[in-house]
Design a protein. Structure first.
Length: 333
C-alpha cells in the first residue's frame, strides 16, 4: 500500500514518524512564516493543527505568503489555510480559528498543545505566547523575518530560557523595523519558515532542537548564533505572566503598509452581526453584506469589515481616533 510518509519514515524511523500522528500543534499567525510552517507540518502528518489568524488575505500578501492566491482576496486566512492544507493531507485534523490573540483569550486558544509555532509579526503576540509557555510548560518556536534576514529560537521554559530572559520588555514601536519600513523578501520567509518547521519536527519527535538564537542575513551573507542566557529571569522562574494578566478594552491602530485602521477589543466579544447589519444599513443608507463571521459595508470613503469576535478593519482615510469613536457609536464597548 502506498504510504505518503515513507520517505520521512526512512529518516526518522517508524516510531518517531508514527508519533507525529498523535501530536497537536498550534500555528499562530498564517502570514509569511506561518504559511510556510503550516504546510510542512501538515505534509509531515502532524495529527492536529490549529490554525489561528485574525486577518484577511490582501493583495500585498501574495508576494510572500505561499498558501494564498488571487481568488482568496478578502477571505480569512485561517479558513483558506484549512482548505489548502486539507487538499495536501486529508487524513489530519485541521481547525481554523479566525481570532485576534489577546490576554483575554490566549489561555484558551493556546492551551492543550504539544507545541506552539510563532508565525506572528508583532512582539505583543510573542510575549503572550511566552506567558502561556511559562504557565503551561508548552514549548514554542520563536521565528521572525524582515528584509533579507530572519531569526529562529526554540524555547521551552523552564528547561530553556524564556523570551524575557533575553528581551525583558517588548521593543517600542519605533525601535523595530516592520514590513512597512524595511520590506521583506519572499525567499527570506521561505527559509525561516522551513527552518522553524524543521525545529518543530525535532521537538515533536523527541530530538533536542537547536539551542541558540540563530540569526541569518541572507542578503548580506552574514550569520550569527547567540548563546542562550545561562541564568533565568524572574518571569519564568517565578511564573510571572503579566502580559496574560493585562486588561484593556479597545485599541485602534494604523494598518501596516496600508491606508486604514485596525480596531481590537479585549476581551474578545461576540457580536450579533444580523442586528448590526440592520443598524448599519439604517445609519449609512447603503447595503451591508454578512458572510460567515464577517460583516462588510461602506461608510463614506471607508470600507469597513466587522468580525464576530468584535474586531474591525477600516480601509480608507479614517484616522485611529475617529475609528475608535465610530466603533463606540456603532458597536459600543
Amino acid at each position: 500500500m502506498f504510504n505518503r510518509y515513507a520517505k520521512q519514515r526512512i529518516f526518522l524511523g517508524r516510531d518517531a514518524d508514527e508519533s507525529l500522528r498523535a501530536k497537536r500543534v498550534a500555528v499562530l499567525g498564517l502570514g509569511a512564516t506561518g504559511s510556510v510552517i503550516a504546510p510542512w507540518l501538515a505534509r509531515a502528518g502532524v495529527g492536529h493543527l490549529t490554525l489561528i489568524d485574525r486577518d484577511l488575505v490582501e493583495a500585498s500578501n501574495l508576494q510572500r505568503q505561499i498558501l494564498y492566491g488571487e481568488s482568496d482576496l478578502g477571505r480569512p486566512k485561517a479558513e483558506v489555510a484549512r482548505e489548502r492544507l486539507a487538499d495536501a493531507n486529508s487524513s489530519i485534523e485541521l481547525e481554523p480559528v479566525v481570532a485576534d490573540l489577546t490576554s483575554g483569550n490566549a489561555r484558551e486558544l493556546l492551551s492543550g498543545f504539544d507545541l506552539i509555532c510563532d508565525g506572528t509579526d508583532n512582539f505583543e503576540a510573542r510575549f503572550l505566547i511566552n506567558d502561556v509557555a511559562i504557565l503551561t510548560g508548552t514549548p514554542w518556536i520563536y521565528a521572525g523575518a524582515i528584509g533579507g534576514e530572519g531569526v529562529i529560537w526554540p524555547l521551552n521554559p523552564p528547561h530553556t530560557p524564556c523570551l524575557r530572559c533575553l528581551i525583558e520588555e517588548p521593543p517600542a514601536g519605533g525601535d523595530v523595523d516592520t514590513c512597512d519600513s524595511a520590506g521583506v523578501l519572499g525567499p527570506t520567509v521561505g527559509i525561516i519558515g522551513s527552518w522553524a518547521a524543521m525545529e518543530a519536527l525535532k521537538v515533536l519527535t523527541g530530538k533536542p532542537p537547536h539551542g541558540d538564537l540563530a540569526r541569518f542575513d541572507f542578503w548580506n551573507n552574514e550569520r550569527q548564533f547567540l548563546k542562550s542566557p545561562k541564568s533565568r529571569c524572574r518571569f519564568c522562574t517565578e511564573k510571572i505572566t503579566e502580559f496574560l494578566d493585562a486588561r484593556w478594552s479597545i485599541k485602534a491602530s494604523a494598518l501596516c503598509g496600508l491606508e486604514g485602521v485596525q480596531i481590537r477589543v479585549n476581551p474578545p466579544g461576540k457580536l450579533d452581526l444580523a442586528t448590526l447589519k440592520q443598524r448599519l444599513e439604517t445609519r449609512t443608507r447603503s447595503p451591508w453584506k454578512q458572510a460567515g463571521l464577517m460583516l462588510k459595508g461602506r461608510e463614506g470613503d471607508d470600507e469597513i469589515t466587522l468580525f464576530a469576535d468584535g474586531r474591525a478593519l477600516v480601509h480608507g482615510p479614517m484616522t485611529p481616533e475617529r475609528a475608535r469613536s465610530w466603533y463606540t457609536e456603532v458597536v459600543g464597548c
